[in-house]
Write a protein that binds this ligand. Structure first.
Ligand code: BGC
Length: 750
């Protein structure tokens, strides 16, 4: 007989996967807000100052395979939990362990307040999903919602209450290793993904089964690090902050995110952890955020290295008064806040407010009703790697693949070629496809590319494998065997890219080239004259200009998680028609960075025929592959682009419609993209900005009218006085398959 809890999970999962959870994720909680506040106040009234401060202290348990930052588990952690002076721990998972820890907190400690258990659940838990950059390539928020739902289900079954995700940092610099954790370069797409993930993790009610609380991070502009070097200085204008970096955070807050994590970086001289304008004025006063802010790992203590705090006590004072409520791993709050209050340096009311925020969240999660939520080892076992989860992961993975090139329709390959060569250091690698931050993903559960291909081909087909070279060393000893295999084969699938630890936190690169001797292997394999399909596995856009010029088919696979090989085989053999589109521009070389589609025009827009214009002497103006680009096995034709009105007022909306037809022979999905440009405004505007997209399935010959509504919000921007408003004038409205191929109409706003 199946465990009753299992049935509950099945029902919960099925119902929560059925829809994307509606627009508002906060309704359910709102009704009980007044009663939660009353309960929180009554708890607060009985806590000592030390116990209050304890609620603001968070420590890494270090019970997971790897710590996610520097440092060790505190030897006194269990004693501190027993004393009721720890609010939250992370890097501790497993139904049994969490139950034990929680038991200590609620039965042995004087406060009886349950612990809040966090973890970086970034792209799946045990069933590993594609890395976020890959999922963003799906341009499919519903699919991304389902992915987050599965991650939440497995994590919750393992005792987790809270994920430090989604990472919603906009990244325009692929040298920055954490580009892999976000949704790319665009604020609009980033906002759609942020919202989908928050709703997927939390559902409409945090207390319902198999939810985990979200924590959009890193607030803010962490991706703007100079030189693409992690933790580095960010120096941007308020306009860029508001227009580029903040929209995904706003979307996450609007979707009901229970917490936010501030970032390591400074912006214009003020580290985020101590930035009152960000954490209080914008986040709380402007946006109405009601949750709490957690610091990043040790970022309170790092205010000393930044040079704005002389002591750890100073750092604690600056952070708590700016609006950072919980201290992750600096131990600054625990060591100093009570003394600061006693000395009259920090008002106790500031501590009280932070504690209220933390306790409110614990209430919203239902922890006071049931501190042991889902800590049942049988349910955990049934949920991890559940077949439904694997099926959803496979679907997400194939939706995340971007077909970059397909000369002479080399793809899809036939399944019955006599000999197929699978070559490359990533072809049989079962670890790299997990990507960075893979929670409890296990290499031995990954379907490698080689596995997936072998499984998919006809029984008569032989699949040969040669590694060729390693990922990042210069040796060529393996070339001979690989080339010998390629020469005998009818087609070659060549898997190249980066190792798992070459992107992610603290994993920045100054080069975007294929590492080690992979480029040499690529050239040698192409030289055999055999048809080559290049499959990339990587955590950032790579500068693959040579490949783009010489390899007939290129598949961008990013890191696709547990179902990597199955998803790639689905695309390579045509069981799935690729529908992914780039969420980020692919530079020709690292020297072109930053290159992004929504740039300004400048006074001298680049013009290769004209010397004194904004360009490089040795590079074309455009990226190698533009934002929004991706091929399909069919083609789509656009016509009949219309506006419902040629002229509107500043408060009106207008419909934009376009007819899209599947002009090829296969069913496929097109991502119809809407961009706008404000032609003349009181401040310079980007040459184009994404303001809508729709992913539509079309059978061969089928056509559909796609309708977008442009509202004043889409046309508005921050004027010279930073007022968000629509200015009269003309707007170019553009629709097309990607940012470098659009049709346009002019809209006049009076
Ligand atoms: C990272 C965060 C992460 C935290 C906890 C930090 O080093 O910047 O993104 O959530 O560690 O693991």
């Amino acid at each position: 007989m199946r465990h009753p809890g299992f049935l509950l999970c099945g029902v919960a999962l099925a119902s929560s996967l059925a829809s994307s959870g509606g627009q508002s994720a906060v309704t359910g909680d709102m009704q009980s807000e007044a009663s939660i506040n009353r309960s929180v106040d009554s708890i607060l009234a009985r806590l000592t100052l030390e116990q209050k401060v304890g609620q603001l202290a968070q420590y890494s348990g270090g019970w997971t395979d790897s710590m996610t930052g520097p440092g060790q588990r505190r030897p006194d952690l269990i004693d501190r939990i027993r004393a009721g002076t720890v609010g939250s721990i992370f890097n501790a998972t497993g139904a049994q362990l969490i139950r034990q820890l929680q038991e200590i907190a609620v039965t042995q400690s004087p406060t009886k307040i349950p612990l809040l258990i966090g973890l970086d659940v970034i792209h799946g838990f045990r069933t590993t999903f594609p890395v976020p950059l890959a999922e963003a390539s799906s341009w499919d928020p519903d699919a991304v919602y389902r992915s987050a739902r599965v991650a939440a289900t497995e994590a919750a079954a393992s005792g987790i209450h809270w994920t430090f995700a989604p990472m919603v940092d906009i990244a325009r610099d692929p040298r920055w290793g954490r580009i892999v954790e976000g949704s790319g370069e665009d604020p609009y797409l980033g906002a759609a993904m942020a919202s989908a993930r928050v709703r997927g993790f939390q559902t409409a009610d945090l207390a319902s089964p198999f939810t985990i609380m979200a924590c959009p991070k890193h607030f803010a502009a962490y991706g703007g690090a100079e030189g693409g070097r992690d933790y580095n200085t960010v120096d941007i204008t308020e306009r860029t902050l508001r227009e580029v970096y903040l929209p995904p955070f706003k979307a996450a807050v609007d979707a009901g995110a229970g917490t936010t994590m501030c970032s390591f970086n400074e912006i214009g001289g003020i580290p985020s952890t101590a930035n009152r304008q960000l954490l209080t004025d914008i986040l709380r006063t402007e946006w109405g955020f009601r949750g709490f802010v957690v610091s990043d790992w040790g970022s309170i203590g790092e205010l000393q290295q930044h040079g704005i705090a002389g002591t750890l006590a100073d750092a604690a004072r600056l952070s708590i008064t700016a609006g950072t409520d919980m201290d992750m791993e600096s131990d600054a709050y625990w060591r100093h806040l009570a003394d600061l209050v006693k000395a009259g340096t920090v008002p106790e009311s500031v501590i009280d407010e932070a504690v209220r925020r933390v306790l409110r969240v614990k209430y919203r999660l239902g922890l006071f009703d049931n501190p042991y939520r889902w800590t049942d080892a049988d349910i955990e076992k049934a949920m991890l790697l559940h077949p439904d989860h694997l099926a959803i992961a496979r679907d997400m993975a194939r939706k995340s693949i971007v077909l970059l090139k397909n000369e002479n329709q080399l793809l899809p390959l036939r399944k019955d070629l006599p000999l197929l060569a699978v070559i490359g250091p990533l072809a049989a690698d079962n670890d790299s496809p997990l990507g960075p931050w893979a929670a409890h993903g296990r290499a031995d559960e990954v379907v490698t590319l080689l596995d997936g291909i072998t499984e998919a081909v006809a029984r008569t087909t032989r699949v040969g494998y040669a590694r060729g070279c390693s990922i990042d060393t210069s040796g060529t000893e393996g070339f001979a065997a690989a080339l010998g295999l390629a020469r005998r084969a009818d087609a070659v699938i060549l898997a190249l890219g980066e190792g798992r630890d070459m992107s992610g936190e603290a994993s920045c690169r100054s080069s975007l080239d294929l590492p080690g001797s992979q480029q040499a292997l690529l050239e040698a394999v192409v030289q055999t004259g055999k048809p080559v399909v290049l499959v990339l596995m990587n955590g950032r856009p790579l500068s693959i200009a040579w490949a783009a010029g010489h390899v007939p088919a290129i598949v961008e696979g990013w890191y696709l998680g547990t179902q990597t090989g199955n998803a790639l085989a689905d695309v390579i053999f045509g069981d799935y028609n690729p529908s992914g589109r780039l969420p980020v521009s692919v530079p020709r070389t690292v020297g072109q960075v930053p290159v992004y589609y929504n740039h300004k025009n400048t006074g001298r827009p680049g013009d290769t025929a004209n010397n004194y214009t904004s360009k490089y002497l040795d590079l074309p103006l455009t990226p190698l592959y533009p934002f929004g680009f991706g091929l399909s096995y069919t083609t789509f034709a656009y016509d009949d682009l219309r506006l419902s009105a040629a002229t509107i007022s500043t408060t009106d909306s207008v419909h934009v419609t376009v007819r899209v037809r599947n002009a090829g022979k296969r069913a496929g999905e097109e991502v119809v993209q809407l961009y706008i440009r404000d032609d003349v405004a009181s401040v310079t505007r980007p040459v184009m900005e994404l303001k809508g997209f729709r992913k539509i399935p079309l059978t061969p010959g089928q056509s559909r009218e796609v309708d977008f509504v442009i509202t004043p919000d889409h046309l508005a921007f921050y004027d010279q006085t930073m007022q968000y408003r629509v200015e009269p004038g003309t707007f170019t409205i553009m629709v097309g398959p990607h940012s470098a191929q659009v049709q346009s109409r002019i809209l006049t706003v009076r």
